[in-house]
Design a protein around this ligand. Structure first.
Ligand code: PLP
Length: 395
């Protein structure tokens, strides 16, 4: 039976990262996978996480299953983090959540719930979007439409195109939005543009599904959630997939949450029951470690403050790298790269052709996706000059 199955190609992003790891060139630069890396090229463990982990290990007396909806402190903490502790929706008791294996688990549970409400519902995704969205939501049976989002010539959001396309989104449809730090393009909506999307959702009746995997890596924790909170304040229903992979560095621990903002408390409780049944058939029980750490950090004032300071430093470093990269690229060539400074989070499309990215790989050992998406956090003081010269070399 199994011998019919063929070898599948590697995931395009992870496969490229593996090629880079195998490259013996000591000057190689890895800008592929979306994980934060520090000046030493290491994806660090937050001090707040280290503290929480030591306490957890000392206190943990059982490895019995978690409650099916996950850790209560985590669920409460992530709802406050995403929606704001003064959120009227929280105060009104119309919010619930299920702890999931990372943001991907949250996207999957959200997709299962959407499909339970409307079999084969249409989900509108941005062009481009994070490629994993398609198999994650599509394998549940949801169908896709795309809306224009990134405009390569202007290196920004094609908001007129987005609005024109979303005019066709109707009640029963879902519009998938990146809460902040759009992956792959780094171009985000302004608050005023989020307001226009809220008007459209109100008028047309579609349901927003917001993927917020990078809260705190753009302008700050509250600023990055401002658009999402605007939609929540205006609309009866919003589904949110949240993740602590990036903003707490808990990637491998798989800490995320599917958050449901509903018409009322009764509906919010119904959605938890739907989420639990969906989880039972997909992965059964949520993982413990990452959510227990995040739950501690989000419910402890001292640890929470330590984490926020570390996150601000991370965010400032990324924004500093954006400025430094633009300056370096300006000194080696005459193409305008200033758009990199206007973008948010870890990603940017450099605007190179697939042929130029291939040459960067083969001639310089500089690795980025064929689309020229880079992980800005892969840049550091020891590779920035080489990177800028390599880019200039293929232009
Ligand atoms: C846009 C987007 N959404 C969701 C995720 C989910 O990440 P995780 O499942 O590791 O929390 C990622 C991770 O790269 C992402 O880029």
């Amino acid at each position: 039976m199994l011998d019919k199955l063929e070898q599948l190609p590697a995931d395009p992003i992870l496969g490229l990262a593996a090629v880079c790891r195998a490259d013996p060139n000591p000057q190689k630069v890895d800008l592929t996978v979306g994980i934060y890396m520090d000046e030493q090229g290491v994806c660090p463990v937050f001090d707040a996480v280290q503290h929480a982990q030591r306490a957890l290990v000392a206190e943990e007396t059982s490895k019995a299953y978690m409650p099916p909806a996950g850790d209560e402190a985590f669920n409460q903490g992530i709802q406050r983090l995403v929606l704001g502790s003064d959120s009227p929706a929280l105060r009104d008791g119309r919010v619930s959540s299920v702890q999931t294996p990372g943001g991907c688990g949250a996207l999957r549970i959200g997709a299962e719930i959407i499909n339970a409400a409307t079999t084969g519902a249409r989900v509108w995704v941005s062009d481009p979007t994070w490629p994993v969205h398609i198999p994650l939501l599509g394998s549940v049976g949801l169908k896709f439409e795309t809306y224009r989002y990134y405009e390569p010539a202007g290196h920004g959001v094609d908001f007129d195109g987005m609005v024109a396309d979303l005019k066709a989104a109707a009640a029963g449809d879902v519009v998938l939005l990146h809460g902040c730090c759009h992956n792959p393009c780094g171009a985000d909506l302004s608050l005023q543009q989020w307001g226009v999307i809220a008007d459209m959702a109100e008028r047309q009746g579609f349901t927003p599904f917001i993927d917020i995997a990078y809260q705190g890596l753009g302008d700050g924790l509250d600023q990055d959630a401002a658009g999402l909170r605007l939609l929540v304040s205006r609309l009866p229903e919003v589904i949110i997939a949240a993740s602590c992979s990036k903003n707490m560095g808990l990637y491998r621990e798989r800490a995320g949450a599917a958050i449901f903002v509903c018409r009322d408390g009764e509906n919010a409780r119904a959605l938890v029951s739907q989420g639990l049944v969906a989880a039972r058939r997909v992965y059964s029980m949520p993982p413990a470690h990452g959510a227990l750490l995040a739950g501690r950090i989000l419910s402890d004032e001292v640890l929470g403050e330590l984490w926020r300071i570390e996150l601000v430093a991370m965010c400032e470093r990324i924004n500093g790298l954006r400025n430094a990269l633009v300056q370096k690229l300006n000194t080696v060539g005459d193409r305008d790269f200033s758009f990199i400074q206007r973008e948010k989070g870890m990603f940017s499309f450099l605007g190179l052709s697939a042929e130029q990215t291939r040459r960067l790989r083969e001639e310089y050992s500089v690795y980025m996706l064929d689309s020229s998406r880079i992980n800005v956090a892969g840049v550091n003081a020891s590779n920035i000059d080489y990177l800028a010269e390599a880019v200039a070399g293929v232009l």
